[in-house]
Design a binder for this molecule. Structure first.
Ligand SMILES: C[S@@+](CC[C@H](N)C(=O)[O-])C[C@H]1O[C@@H](n2cnc3c(N)ncnc32)[C@H](O)[C@@H]1O
Ligand code: SF4
Length: 376
């Protein structure tokens, strides 16, 4: 099994918190699509033995692409790779791109999962973050997607925004529940180096919210979604049964993925590869014969173990000692048990059969717990 990732590095405007790789200049869009098609074809040898069960258009903002371009990319992938006919195909979209017509066409192209970046249902937050849409557009994009009949729908929310009160956050969650959205990815705002928010924070133009308020918002998110029947299946992800993200599950299980587009990563089970983080260089390389990864990192056994712990402990499935034995050997099982035993007593981790999972208490300290397992 494997996942396919396509990075679309364009956005209509730059959100003040974001450091993902994107550009707001759309003039290279057509050339980029040509380069993507070429990379898809070039990569097939490396991934010819895999069966792909997910395809994910991420960004940036994939919904800046026309239906024709999206279709060309999907068809090129289907032509060169073993692609499940029932594969999950996700597209990340911004609300202002989601007209009724566009959504109808996405569905016809086989997009069966849509991830809409809402972030907040409050215009004050959206303006502060410099989002390209209003709260009203956010709501109608969700309704339009539901009416278009796209099977799986997820929305992104951000909490811990400066000035966001507890009741603002409650209202965001209530809105989402009222709209009947079956999957939510909710992230605490982070101040990424080089972003406008980071700069503003240093100049005290914005004041980060207190840690207690952050924790209160996170706790409420967990309780409210649980009451509503959502499963908290990964630290930032909540879903009703049948709505989990198959693509992310692949990634969390350490399954290989092919990534195309500027700044995209690939992983073939032993090494990780990076594409160049520049639209122009990516396009010009695609025109030469030297079109290849800009970097490659062979993963040692400790790297793979650390990665496994890091992603697995953040999920409700936890880490599995059989899998550790199989992938890393007995010594790693003993080491894992040894570290984990200190956390059982504190009720931060729990063990059932061969699965070690984080408890509801442990979830608030996940990063610290995970770090304790790292081997160098
Ligand atoms: C890279 S964006 C791509 C999706 C789409 N362009 C959008 O904005 O909705 C994926 C998600 O990451 C989250 N995100 C990006 N930067 C963040 C930050 N600094 N803090 C918290 N969440 C962030 C947002 O929720 C965003 O929807
Ligand atoms: S959050 Fe999404 S729309 Fe905003 S800059 Fe980042 S990738 Fe672009």
């Amino acid at each position: 099994m494997a996942g396919f990732y396509v990075h679309i590095p364009f956005c209509r405007q730059a959100c003040r918190y974001c450091d993902f790789y994107f550009t707001v200049s759309l003039k290279y869009k057509d050339e980029l699509v040509e380069a993507l098609l070429k990379e898809i074809k070039n990569k097939k040898k490396q991934f010819q033995n895999y069966q792909f069960n997910t395809l994910y258009f991420g960004g940036g903002t994939p919904s800046v692409l026309s239906e024709i371009d999206i279709n060309r990319i999907i068809e090129e992938i289907k032509t060169h790779y073993n692609f499940d006919s029932k594969a999950e195909i996700t597209l990340e979209a911004n609300p202002d791109d989601l007209s009724v017509e566009y959504l109808k066409n996405l569905k016809l192209l086989g997009i069966n999962r849509l991830s809409i970046g809402i972030q907040s249902f409050h215009d004050r937050d959206l303006k502060l973050m410099r989002r390209s849409h209003s709260a009203e557009q956010a709501i109608s994009s969700i309704k339009n997607a539901q009416n278009a009949g796209i099977q799986k729908l997820t929305i992104d929310l951000i909490y811990g925004i400066p000035g966001m009160s507890f009741s603002d956050w409650q209202e965001n969650l209530e809105k989402l529940i009222e709209l009947g959205v079956p999957h939510i990815s909710a992230y605490h705002l982070t101040y990424e180096p080089g972003t406008v928010f980071d700069h503003w924070r240093k100049k005290k133009k914005i004041i980060p919210i207190e840690e207690d308020s952050s924790l209160e918002q996170f706790k409420y998110l967990i309780e409210r979604t649980r009451k509503e029947g959502f499963q908290h299946y990964e630290i930032s992800n909540f879903a009703r049964e049948g709505h989990f993200s198959e693509h992310n599950k692949n990634y969390w299980k350490g399954i290989p993925y092919a990534g195309v587009g500027p700044a995209a990563h690939s992983y073939d089970g032993t090494a990780r590869y990076w594409n160049i983080s520049s639209v122009q260089k990516y396009i010009s390389e695609s025109k030469s014969d030297s079109f290849n990864y800009s970097e490659k990192e062979m993963l040692g056994v400790n790297d793979r173990y650390n990665e496994y712990i890091m992603v697995s402990l953040r999920t409700m499935w936890g880490i599995n000692t059989d899998k550790i034995k199989q992938s890393f050997g007995e010594d790693y099982v003993r080491y894992t048990e040894d570290i984990a035993s200190g956390f059982y007593k504190k009720e931060l981790l729990t063990k059932k059969g061969n699965d070690i999972r984080i408890t509801s208490r442990g979830i608030f300290l996940a990063d610290q717990i995970i770090r304790e397992f790292f081997r160098v």
